[in-house]
Write a protein that binds this ligand. Structure first.
Ligand code: RNT
Ligand code: ZN
Length: 412
């Protein structure tokens, strides 16, 4: 079947071998928080601040050991080059508050990531599910003690990112997302943003190594209970990032439903060396559903691949579903990201661009439609085989794991 597929793609000028080889090298940063419904290990509890996990499927990882075991199993069924995306709330054995976290609290994660052959670790300060989120605000709080606490937390996280970079000899993304906003009509939209700006300035002034930690800011349009105003809006962060030479992170659940992140990627690539992504699937709101193999995902992957930006776009995943088997959720989404990248690599991109430039829109449409029914599944199966990853029967392993391990976990 692969030989047939290879030939079919060759007829369109696509080298399937090269596509498969290239895919192996594109890292995808997989979030740790699908395994435990964004609860974390530092006692903060369920997700808050406008984000919410829904569902009550059994088997949630309740501690570090269980989360590691689940990650190990899930990742073994995901092909490709993988990084681990951690939140600060996953500190191991920390007896201090979040503003005093140190690399040592994440050393067990480094050890584990190395053990299972990951490519590196990315990081996120956790500015939700904590007593110092005051009136829903963190880095933009008018309470100076609160604002400073979160500035210190971010600086601590920056140094932890540097530590990850040292350990893996690869840069580590440190992505800042805050829940700050208001449920109802604000009296002042500017001052909270000026305070956020001041906080970011203080964080970036801490003296970190820009080669090691790549700082990103993640904007958002609204959250549950934070419907009327978001301090860290798209315009705010894009301007901040441009002026301060840091990076924007685009989460495709964080825009109006008719806005497409696939279209934003090339706009940012015109100005930035790096663009970070949180790939997710919002259904009617930023619901963080499992990523499916659908049009916008393919379009996102196409923008990364056809603009030669696989080194510039840092692909991370961000979804959490507690209503189904959590390992299956993880695996479906991550495999789909890989599938979409392969899909994009199997497009005759130079030819398609040429047709657009020649104004040959008829042929462009005809060709784009023909490409949709090429034998993609055979190329995907070949990639899995070469990766020594389970084929379409991967779910059997998850079922077995569910019966042996997850069924024995009591709800806490
Ligand atoms: C929230 C943001 C943020 C979180 C994770 C847990 O809307 O998307 O990235 O989902 O950090
Ligand atoms: Zn996100």
């Amino acid at each position: 079947m692969y030989e047939y597929a290879k030939k079919a793609y060759t007829e369109y000028g696509v080298d399937a071998e090269a596509a498969i080889e290239k895919l192996k090298e594109i890292p995808v940063s997989i979030h740790c928080w699908q395994g435990d419904d964004v609860v974390g290990l530092d006692g903060g509890g369920a997700a808050s601040g406008g984000i919410q996990t829904t569902g009550n499927y059994f088997g949630r990882a309740r501690n570090f050991e269980e989360l590691k075991a689940d990650i190990q199993k899930a990742f073994s069924l995901i092909p490709g080059k993988k990084r681990l995306n951690l939140h600060a709330s996953y500190a191991v054995g920390a007896e201090v508050d979040r503003d005093r976290y140190e690399p040592k609290h994440f050393a067990p994660w480094v050890e584990f990531a190395k053990e299972i052959g990951l490519d590196g670790i990315d990081f996120n300060p956790t500015m939700f599910s904590h007593k110092n989120v005051k009136d829903g605000l963190t880095l933009s709080s008018p309470d100076e003690a609160i604002r400073k606490f979160w500035v210190r937390h971010c600086i601590a996280c920056l140094h932890i990112s540097e530590y990850f970079a040292d350990e893996f000899q690869k840069p580590s993304l440190m992505n800042i997302w805050i829940p700050d906003g208001l449920k109802d009509v604000p009296a002042d939209r500017l001052t909270p943003r000026l305070r956020l700006k001041e906080s970011l300035d203080e964080i970036l002034a801490c003296g970190y190594d820009r080669e090691k930690a790549i700082v990103a800011v993640e904007s958002k349009v609204f959250g549950i209970g934070v419907e009327s105003y978001t301090v860290g809006s798209n315009e705010f962060y894009q301007n901040y990032a441009a002026k301060n030479n840091i990076c924007c992170l685009l989460d495709n659940g964080h825009y109006h439903p008719q806005e497409y992140v696939s279209d934003k990627i090339p706009s940012l690539l015109a100005f930035y060396d790096k663009v970070a992504l949180h790939v997710t699937r919002g259904v009617r709101w930023d619901s963080d559903h499992v990523v499916l193999f659908e049009d916008e995902l393919k379009e996102i992957a196409k923008e990364v691949v056809r603009n030669d930006a696989t080194d510039k776009v840092l692909i991370g995943l961000d979804y959490f579903d507690a209503s189904i088997n959590r390992l299956a959720a993880w695996i479906v989404g991550a495999r789909n990201m890989q599938k979409a990248l392969l899909w994009a690599l199997l497009q005759p991109n130079a030819k398609l661009k040429a047709l657009q430039n020649e104004g040959n829109f008829t042929e462009l449409m005809v060709l784009q439609e023909e490409l949709k029914t090429l034998p993609f599944d055979a190329a995907w199966a070949e990639y899995l085989k070469r990766q020594k990853a389970a084929g379409a029967d991967w779910f059997n392993q998850v079922k077995e794991y569910e019966n042996k391990i997850l069924k024995n976990r009591k709800r806490v």
